[in-house]
Design a protein around this ligand. Structure first.
Ligand code: KMH
Ligand code: ZN
Length: 309
């Protein structure tokens, strides 16, 4: 049987701002429509953030999440994965609230405190759709993306043990893999671990094939067959690194959270276009795309009937 590849689509995130693309989904309607379109195109995991519908600022408000989560669940079988990474300037407490309310099958879990530099993007624009955008990007110069050992323990206890949610472990550097191994040693995380190698964030490991090979080699050494990996390449690195992941035995993450362009100078008009692009690459490699049911089995998820939305 052909190997099944899990496509995660990260629909809107908290890195990009409305000026950067007219197609970035902002309102609950837009997030729901694009998430459903991504699932129809072949994404079996939908990684979701919320935004303030009035101006597009990243929002941790569970009430905003609840305006799109039930719609997505009604229209697709895809696995819902709620971010606990949130966005600036949310606290760790803020960042957990939507997932604690919705008790999803999956949530992201960021494996280390780090710098997360978005400020260079501010130089590319002279006019903005909203006043908050340049200040938001600039604030990343002095913002700490906090994910301490205690924060991780809290999320594992309250969301993992408390709600049966399993995790997309976001690893932005090799050290984060060792932190995950530490939690495995302590019995606080359970295989199969779903590890997202994140390459190309300013503050994390750079986006190049050598680094991806090193991340994989290190994860193989630490986790053996107790893990599955996926790759997120930021910006223009998205499709090349996702393709490389697939060729190396891994899974892929695409979506407008991570990359706004389908080709140089050509914006993706929705998330489904990126899913369709990577799907074509996977099929060209004679790989099959995992269905939601296959994804649930591969990742040991609790099931779509066990969520609170
Ligand atoms: N924005 C990505 C680089 C999260 O939501 O927890 C990583 C991410 C984090 O998706
Ligand atoms: Zn995210």
């Amino acid at each position: 049987m052909a190997r099944k590849v899990i496509i995660t689509c990260a629909v809107t995130g908290s890195v990009h701002t409305p000026t950067m693309s007219d197609y970035l989904p902002i309102t609950p309607d837009e997030i729901a429509e694009q998430a459903i379109g991504a699932a129809e195109a072949g994404a079996s995991v939908l990684h979701l953030h919320a935004r303030n519908p009035a101006d597009g600022q990243p929002s941790p408000d569970p009430d905003v999440f609840m305006q799109f989560l039930p719609r997505i669940r009604a229209a697709t079988d895809a696995v819902v994965n709620i971010s606990t990474g949130g966005g600036m300037p949310m606290t760790v407490h803020d960042r957990m609230q939507a997932a604690l309310r919705a008790e999803p099958e999956m949530a992201s879990l960021n494996m280390g405190t780090m710098n997360f530099g978005l400020y260079p993007a501010a130089e590319r624009y002279s006019e903005w759709k909203y006043d908050w955008e340049p200040a938001f990007l600039e604030s990343s110069r002095d913002f700490v993306f906090r994910n301490t050992f205690a924060d991780i323990e809290t999320l594992l206890a309250e969301l993992g043990e408390g709600c049966g949610t399993r995790f997309e472990f976001e690893c932005y550097d090799v050290g984060h893999l060792y932190t995950l191994a530490h939690f495995l040693d302590r019995g606080l995380v359970r295989p199969p671990l779903f590890v997202q190698f994140v390459l190309g964030i300013l503050g994390g490991i750079g986006a190049d094939p050598d680094n991806l090979a090193f991340m994989k080699r290190t994860a193989d050494k630490l986790f053996g067959d107790a893990y599955r990996f996926s790759v997120l390449g930021a910006g223009r690195h998205q499709m090349p690194l996702a393709s490389m992941s697939a060729a190396m035995g891994g899974n892929v993450r695409v979506g407008l959270e991570d990359n706004l362009f389908l080709d140089k100078g050509v914006p993706a008009r929705n998330n489904a276009e990126e899913v369709t692009r990577i799907r074509g690459i996977l099929e060209g490699l004679s790989l099959e795309v995992a269905t939601p049911a296959e994804t649930r089995e591969l990742l040991g998820l609790k099931g779509r009937d066990q969520v609170a939305f």
